[in-house]
Design a protein around this ligand. Structure first.
Ligand code: PRX
Length: 642
């Protein structure tokens, strides 16, 4: 076994010239480049036979084929010799009066091994899918790692999703087990998570067992033969568990993301490439140094949490903060209080949180000592100029660079981002491609836009190690969604522009995905939910700008009996209630307009472009509406717009 202890050797990129040098090497000789990174930093049970094979037309991508490894040996075991007593996970509870928990690498090893042994005792084997529906408590990170330890494929579902959304995801990947908790805290509220799981499992016959962590100590119902409390099983379990040796391309996890249409897509990430890329990007994007305390405020239910709360930081032997609560509890100073308390060095959050906090003014910011901060990150949606400056001036005090990191569930890791202290930043620009990433902009006719000062559809020309390999159970959909719009290129679904020095600015989605408070929402599942209401005939959802959420949702709804105006407000509440049940509260509509019709093409397709413009109050140029099936409805919608 090859324990590398010099992992934190000076591998950071230090200046812009070096960035360009390394970047050039990474795209001229990608295989040599990634092989060097993989050689230097990781613990392999067997090295690869081949660094990369790829064919975007199939699509088929393989990195480090033939290699054998376990990612948890790289996240935990490898650090025990030098960092056993260092804090790996620093858990900050929802309630500020509850003590923070420092979980060292030694303790993490024990807790992951015990959990892994419990999974094995419950019959979970390599390749089985395990659904993890757990709030932001240590058991969430530990269960993720325990699955990886034994080669089970984890499918984490954000614990804010509804029972319907949960059952859809459990069934899609045929999970055998669900891990959950008796409840969760969110600010002053306690949420009955187990009740949501029970409801979901009424429709999931494949789930044989449910493990329940205790968090809110509520008296909940346990179904005999299916549900077990986790703690007694952990108490009995051995604290050593041999890691399952995985092939480089064995699936590590499935994570669902919304699509333009239909079912959520279960993106499949595999082991070695994901490991190499998240470790490398974490280290360079955050310029992480050995004793830094790093905090990403995302939930592990999203890709940001997978890659940059769990895997990336632990692969680097870092201290990663895990926060259970919300930014406004007990007040809007909570983030700043935590930064002061734990002397956070790198802080990574979303523009929607920045905008919500900026609205509160600076009194609560000024109360706390933020001088520990070195790097500020932003992720999930475009950061507007005002929010960027507020973050830069008041949180970073103009000395901590902002890294606006663009990436996706599908990309596994950061794709376009400044490197702090290296790349000069520019508000609203994600700036330069990360090492190894070859972006390009395409016009609508499939031509690559060369040179600078152009805008188009953002694609990637060459594979990178952590690209998702498929959609679980539906490779054709993977091909259709990402590799069919432009030949031989991965299409991101985003629009972007490139400025005169080659910096990229992401302009937003060009498909029917809407990003609300940094959450990806597909219109189809929300419309399906609305259409379940007995009074609704048809509906269409579009996004419109919102000063905190970035985008909010605007629904146009045709009622079966349009004349029934008395009950419109009740109906609005009921529609949002149905959406909450089917998708989750994040998908609630801010505005609901009832209408007698929706603008449609002659083939019956809803012209969302027109609805989008009306929702954005931009009706000066609606384009040619005369070819619509029902042009008269456009004026009615404009007249009644909210
Ligand atoms: O539209 C882009 C936006 O979020 C989408 C990906 O969402 P998701 O898969 O949930 O992953 C979010 C966290 C990585 C992208 O297609 N997006 C993400 N980061 C940025 C962004 N838009 C602009 N700027 C960003 N920094």
């Amino acid at each position: 076994m090859n324990y590398k202890t010099n992992y934190m050797s000076n591998y950071h990129i230090k200046h812009l010239e070096e960035y360009y040098q390394v970047y050039r090497k990474s795209i001229r000789e990608p295989e040599n480049f990634w092989e060097e990174v993989a050689e230097e930093h990781f613990m392999w049970r067997k090295k690869w036979d081949n660094v990369l094979s790829w064919d975007f037309s199939k699509p088929d991508v393989k990195w480090f084929e033939g290699a054998k490894l376990n990612i948890t040996e790289n996240c935990i075991d490898r650090h025990l010799v030098t960092r056993g007593e260092k804090t790996a996970i620093l858990f900050e509870p929802n309630n500020p009066d509850e003590a923070a928990e420092h979980i060292t690498y030694n303790q993490l090893y024990e807790r992951v091994c015990k959990f892994a042994n419990v999974l094995k005792a419950e019959g979970i084997k390599k390749g089985d899918r395990v659904c993890i529906y757990v709030p932001m408590i240590p058991e969430l990170a530990i269960s993720v790692l325990a699955c990886a330890r034994i080669g089970a494929i984890h499918s984490v579902v954000f614990a804010g999703f509804s029972s319907k959304a949960l059952s859809t995801r459990i069934n899609d990947s045929d999970c055998k087990m669900v891990i959950t908790s008796d409840g969760s805290y969110r600010g002053s509220k306690a949420i009955d998570l187990k009740g949501i799981v029970d409801e979901a499992l009424e429709n999931c016959s494949g789930v044989k067992s449910v493990l329940v962590a205790k968090r809110i100590h509520s008296d909940i119902e346990m179904k005999a033969g299916r549900d077990k409390w986790l703690q007694p099983l952990l108490d009995e379990a051995s604290s050593d568990c041999k890691a399952e040796i995985m092939d480089a391309e064995d699936p590590l996890f499935i994570l669902y993301t919304s699509g333009s249409t239909g079912m959520p897509k279960g993106m499949v990430h595999t082991t070695a490439g994901y490991m190499v890329y998240t470790a490398y990007t974490f280290k360079n994007a955050f310029q992480y140094k050995e004793n830094d305390v790093y905090w990403c405020t995302a939930d592990i239910g999203w890709i940001t949490g997978h890659s940059y709360i769990v895997y990336g930081p632990l692969l680097n032997g870092a201290t990663t903060v895990m926060f259970e609560g919300v930014p406004h509890y007990p007040d809007f100073g909570r983030f700043w209080e935590i930064i002061e308390k734990h002397k956070v060095n790198q802080f990574y959050t979303a523009p929607t949180a920045i905008r919500a906090l900026a609205k509160q003014g600076n009194e609560l910011v000024d109360k706390y000592d933020l001088t520990s901060l070195k790097v500020l990150g932003s992720v999930g949606e475009p950061i507007n100029e005002e929010a960027w400056h507020w973050y830069n001036d008041n949180i970073g005090k103009k000395k901590s660079p902002i890294i606006d990191t663009w990436w996706q569930t599908e990309t596994g890791g950061i794709m376009i981002s400044p490197i702090p202290f290296v790349t000069p930043t520019k508000p609203t620009y994600a700036t330069l491609p990360f090492i190894g990433i070859q972006p390009c902009l395409m016009d609508e006719n499939g031509n690559e836009l060369k040179g600078n000062q152009v805008d188009g559809r953002l694609c990637i020309k060459f594979p990178w190690p952590s690209i998702a390999r498929t959609i679980w159970g539906n490779h054709q959909r993977y091909k259709d969604t990402y590799f069919s719009a432009f030949e031989n290129k991965y299409f991101t679904g985003d629009g972007a522009l490139r400025d005169e020095v080659g910096y990229y600015r992401i302009t937003g989605r060009v498909d029917d995905v809407i990003i609300v408070s940094g959450h990806n929402l597909g219109t189809a599942p929300i419309e399906d939910a609305i259409n379940e209401h007995p009074a609704v005939a048809e509906s269409a959802i579009v996004g419109f700008p919102h000063d905190v959420k970035g985008n909010a949702l605007y629904g146009f709804v045709i009622l079966k009996d349009f004349g029934e105006t008395r009950v419109h407000d009740n109906l609005r509440n009921e529609i949002n209630q149905i959406i909450t049940e089917h998708v989750g509260p994040i998908a609630k509509l801010d505005k609901i307009q009832f209408t007698s019709g929706l603008p449609k093409t002659r083939s019956g397709k809803i012209m969302r472009r027109i609805l989008r413009k009306i929702a954005c109050k931009d009706i000066s140029n609606l384009g040619d509406t005369s070819t619509l099936l029902n042009p008269e409805v456009v004026q009615e919608i404009i007249d009644n717009a909210l």
